[in-house]
Structure formats: C-alpha cells, structure tokens
Design a protein around this ligand. Structure first.
Ligand SMILES: Cc1ncc(COP(=O)(O)O)c(C=O)c1O
Length: 357
C-alpha cells in the first residue's frame, strides 16, 4: 500500500502484471487486469460505465464529424476520481489499512472519503483553505477529518506528508499511488466498448497530475497489446494558462512553478505534476498536443456547455472544451474529425463566480 516513490529516480511507481495474472476485475463484461487479489476486498459504489452523449450543437459549430462527451460526473461522488479511489481503497482494505491520509483540491478528497467510509477506514483529507465550499461540505459529509491548509497546493501536500510521518499513517495520495491510475484505466475499456472499436480520432482531457490521462492511455495500451484495437486515439492535454507546467514542457516555453497564479480551474492547478515525464511520453506516443487556455475562455466554455448542450460541468472540466476550441484553431483537430471529451466533474461542486461579485 506504500506510495513511496522509486528509490532510484524519485518517480511514482506503476503497477505491472505477470503474464498469467488471474485476478482480473470483471465489470459489465470487461475483464480488466486488477491489483486486487480477493474479489471480496472490492470497495465499489457502482462507479464507471458512464454514458457517452453526442454534442451536436457544439460539434457542428466546430465542423467536427462528431463530438462526444463521456459524462464522468455521473460517477457516485460526481467526478471521475471515483474510478481511482475504488481501486486504491480496495487495495487499502486488502492490506488491512485502518486509517489513511490524502491531500486534494477537492474531488479526489471527496472520492477517497466516500470509498473510505464504505470500506470502514478512517480518512484525513488535507485541502487548500480556499477549496470550493461545496467540495469541503461533501468531504465532511462522509465523516472525514478535514485539514484545511493555507498556502500553495504544494504546502497542502507537505502538510499531509508531515502528518503521516508524525502519526504513522498511510499516505494514500492519488498523485503518488500506483493504484489510483490503475483504477482509471477502465475509462479506456468502456470507450472501446461504447464506440464498438471504431474509436474517436482525439480525446481531450483537462490535466493536472494526469490520473485520468495516464490511466486511459494504459487501458488503451493493454487493449492494443491484446489485439482488441489497432490504434490509440490521439490524447491531448489541456491546462490553464495560469498553471501550465506540461504545456510549457511540451512546447519548450519558459515556465517555472513560481509563476503559477490562481485559476478558476482549481482541479488542474498543479504546478509540478508528479508524473510529468509519463504525460509527456504519452503525448509523444499518441501524437497528442498540450494547450493552455485563458480563464475567461474556460468560463465561456462552461456557459456554452450548459446553455447549448444542457451539461453543467465544473470549470476544471470545461477547460477541456476551451482546449478543444484552441486545438481546432491550431489545426491539430481538423474539420471532419471525431472527438471525445470526458466531462470530469459536476458543476455544483465548484460554482462559477457570481456575476455581481
Ligand atoms: C473535475 C476534475 N477534472 C480533472 C482533474 C485533473 O485530474 P488529474 O490531476 O489527475 O489530471 C481534476 C483533479 O482534481 C478534477 O477535479
């Protein structure tokens, strides 16, 4: 259950399987290699199998062949993080963990709290003191001990690690745990099933630490190795212009974590992603691109998505749609292409600033 990084290079660890792995998780006909040995250890709230809907108005406006949204906010706590939390908490339960610590901008904290409650594990969630009030209320509702921390997102992580060391607790970090991204790979299995193997040309993700981005790639890779698909869609990564370490690394721009400023997309406000090399490698392997978007465009995309398609996404999730516009403008995504965007979190979790504020 350790989330210690690699002792040689300092990177977070990954899960890998032996050839004759026999503990596949079966979910609605999918056989997904899983790190859980005893099926009785599974902690589930019915996560996954989220619907894909066609966005004809927005897609038509961009002259795409098809634009689809995968409604990840229909997961049990309202965000895709439930996929990772289900696997991470199942491993924790299998290892007999009784109390754990996580740090989060909100959604991962809510997921870990819910699945910990379900598993009978006590949880401590360290959050930025200015995290959205709705997310804090949700985390508290699961009986979690919430530790608000003033300062940067990095200060929140440091406080969580110190607390673990002082109290001898397990650090169940969604950013460092090899099991969290292992849970999100089911996203790819579902896409292959839902698109009946005729995959979209592009998938556009809002990316902070990349747990969905990396998990999706790993799932597609497993399916390609199993001969189920020939080609992985081009995976693109969207960040806020205010916090854009991956975009800068991708495009060779000068940027340092000290230049990060506040953004409406709090879920992707990660100045130093723990798995950035992995994300950059996936961009390269899938001919993906990384784009930065202005906060004003994120809020406009959020409004368009709600008013023109009936989908109320939180700003972090709407960033992917602002990124889609930018990728079309840049010619990376072309007229006639098919695009899928995961809508990662529900709008009520992080309401937009009031117009009269
Ligand atoms: C709604 C939402 N979308 C996307 C992300 C980005 O996830 P990751 O940091 O794993 O890339 C987050 C992270 O908190 C989120 O809350």
């Amino acid at each position: 259950m350790s989330v210690e990084p690699c002792s040689d290079c300092g990177s977070p660890l990954d899960v890998s399987y032996f050839a004759h792995h026999e503990t596949d998780h079966e979910a609605d006909g999918n056989h997904i290699p899983s790190p859980i040995h005893d099926p009785g250890s599974w902690v589930s709230l019915g996560e996954g199998n989220t619907p894909c809907v066609s966005l004809t108005t927005l897609g038509g406006g961009l002259s795409l062949h098809q634009l689809y949204a995968k409604l990840e906010f229909l997961n049990p706590t309202g965000s895709f993080k439930d996929r990772g939390a289900a696997t991470m908490l199942s491993v924790a339960r299998e290892h007999g963990v009784a109390e754990l610590v996580e740090d989060s901008s909100g959604n991962a904290g809510a997921s870990v709290s819910a699945y910990a409650a379900r598993a009978g594990i006590k949880s401590h969630i360290f959050v930025p003191a200015d995290a959205p009030e709705a997310k804090l209320r949700q985390i508290r509702a699961y009986g979690t001990e919430v530790h608000p921390i003033e300062g940067s997102r990095g200060d929140v992580t440091a406080a969580a690690i110190t607390y673990c060391q002082q109290h001898g607790l397990v650090y169940a970090s969604h950013m460092m745990s090899p099991y969290f991204a292992e849970g999100t790979k089911a996203f790819a299995y579902e896409v292959v099933q839902q698109f009946e193997h005729v995959l979209p040309d592009h998938i556009v993700f809002p990316v902070g630490n990349g747990s969905l981005f990396i998990g999706a790639f790993n799932g597609f890779k497993e399916l390609r190795e199993a001969g189920e698909i020939e080609k992985i869609p081009r995976l693109h990564c969207v960040q806020s212009r205010n916090v854009m370490p991956l975009v800068a690394a991708f495009s060779g721009e000068d940027w340092s974590p000290e230049s990060a400023t506040k953004t409406v997309a709090g879920g992707i406000s990660i100045a130093a992603p723990s798995r950035s090399w992995q994300i950059l490698d996936i961009l390269r392997q899938t001919s993906g691109s990384a784009v930065a978007v202005e906060d004003a465009n994120i809020l406009r995309a959020q409004k368009d998505l709600a008013e023109r398609e009936g989908i109320f996404a939180e700003p972090t999730s709407a960033a992917a749609f602002a990124g889609l516009d930018a990728l079309v403008d840049e010619g990376v995504i072309k007229v006639g292409d098919t695009v899928l965007v995961p809508v990662t979190g529900f709008g009520l979790k992080d309401e937009p600033p009031r117009q009269d504020a």
